[in-house]
Design a protein around this ligand. Structure first.
Ligand code: GUN
Ligand code: ZN
Length: 438
């Protein structure tokens, strides 16, 4: 018997391939009037309405979106859900901001009920922003990860998350030990990894907060659990890089600290990666580690400017996703992150094309997370995680959209003018999890 069939009709945009490696026009797939047929959470037919309507079973009436643009659900490849409550907290640089705002806030997550409340609010805010998959940091408390996974499971969302491991250079109440970090992470992997669409990420906070023993424990977790990912921070600010040099004098550089402990490989997601030289990019390529560009956060904290085009250099490309890095980042909107990425690239002297920014937030993010065969595109066989944008969300946007004569121009305009009114509906596995009109 067939499962539940639903369908959406409207304009669509999606990527077939990577516009950093091939011309944008060859990568973008755009329809003015498309039909997406969904069965049991997967896309079973997709294409121009006129031809695809034949695939529509009798009695299924598509939900039609006028003056809209349907995109894949967005991927936020680096975000801290416990920091939702300190978005935009005015501070100094990274290390000062961690001391002054982040650590005191994360201490509150010792209370499980607090973690549950924030997880529920955060996930709804992600959906309202159009994001359907994220790589999420908890706090050091194991139940912070439980709270997030439980909430994500209620919606059937594809999410990666982990409990933070940290055993030094932070307040006592936020420290675990190498052993406890290992045991709690192992128990969480058993409970959540591979359950439905959930995946676990071993999450050592960053080298300065982890002893050698703890980094070894993280390496063991990664080695012992196929499919589990690793997420951490790498070379975000100059002061942090100098500190790592002091703490790990025997290592060649920051990336080498992680490599030495077995943490640099195809399942690794390194946030920021601003202060890396050519040799480090080449090693990321060689070990197939992925980087996460977090432009909003980097501008807010003044951490520096990521050299995106060096990272993705076709001679030795490194996979790159896009992250909000909330709460150092100031917005959960993927359009804000894309817009910030365009501005950062412009300042470092390379123009980011609309299709390239869009790639970072969709298919590129999916590749960074190793799930590009399931999400990040609108295509037959893909999971039906979708975002519907309202092109008349504001009078200004409606006016501007009329003056766009290509989908690339429209995407650019959206990156500039988007705010949280832009998203009209968000679908996870074919079900609306956010619906402004519903
Ligand atoms: N480095 C270590 N911890 C953090 C964090 O919570 N946010 C950011 N932006 N950088 C970090
Ligand atoms: Zn971060």
């Amino acid at each position: 018997p067939r499962g539940r069939v639903t369908a959406l009709r409207g304009a669509t945009v999606s990527l077939r391939d990577d516009p950093f490696q091939a011309p944008s026009a060859a990568c973008l797939e755009h329809y003015d009037d498309a039909l997406i047929v969904i069965e049991d959470g997967r896309i079973t037919a997709f294409g121009a309405y006129a031809t695809t309507r034949r695939a529509l079973p009798a009695g299924v009436e598509p939900r039609r979106f006028e003056n809209a643009l349907i995109t894949p659900g967005f991927v936020d490849a680096h975000v801290h859900y416990p920091q939702t409550q300190i978005i935009g907290a005015f501070g100094s640089d990274l290390l000062g901001w961690l001391e002054r705002y982040t650590f005191p806030t994360e201490l509150l997550f010792a209370d499980r009920a607090h973690a549950e409340q924030v997880a529920a609010l955060f996930l709804r805010a992600l959906f309202a922003a159009g994001t359907t998959t994220a790589a999420v940091y908890g706090t050091v408390h194991a139940h912070s990860a439980d709270a997030f996974f439980a909430e994500a499971e209620r919606f059937g969302a594809r999410m990666i998350a982990g409990k933070v491991m940290m055993d030094r250079n932070a307040p006592e109440g936020l420290l675990d030990t190498a052993e406890r970090g290992y045991e709690e992470s192992r128990a969480l992997i058993e409970r959540w990894h591979g359950r439905g669409r959930l995946g676990y990420a071993v999450t050592p906070r960053f080298a300065p907060a982890c002893s050698d023993a703890q980094l070894d424990a993280a390496g063991a977790l990664l080695a012992e659990n196929p499919g589990v990912r690793l997420q951490t921070h790498l070379a975000e600010s100059a002061a942090e890089v100098a500190w790592v040099k002091e703490l790990f004098p025997a290592r060649a550089d920051y990336l080498d600290v992680y490599a030495h402990h077995g943490l640099a490989g195809p399942r690794s997601l390194f946030g920021h990666a601003i202060h890396l030289d050519e040799d480090a990019f080449a090693r990321c390529h060689a070990c197939d580690a992925a980087l996460v560009h977090c432009p909003g956060s980097n501008l807010f904290l003044g951490s520096g400017l990521f050299r995106l085009f060096d990272a993705v250099d076709p001679r030795r490309p490194v996979r790159v996703g896009l992250g909000s890095d909330v709460g150092a980042g100031t917005s959960l909107s993927p359009f804000r992150s894309m817009g910030d990425a365009c501005k950062v690239s412009a300042v470092v002297g390379r123009r980011l094309a609309a299709a390239q920014a869009f790639h970072l937030a969709t298919l590129g993010g999916a590749r960074a997370l190793g799930v590009e065969d399931r999400i990040g595109r609108i295509a037959v066989g893909y999971e039906a995680d979708l975002c519907v944008l309202d092109l008349a969300a504001t009078p200004l946007l409606a006016f501007r959209a009329r003056w766009c004569d290509s989908v690339e121009e429209l995407l650019f305009a959206l990156m500039t003018l988007a705010d949280d009114r832009l998203v009209r509906a968000t679908y996870v596995a074919g079900e609306a999890v956010f619906d402004r009109d519903g």
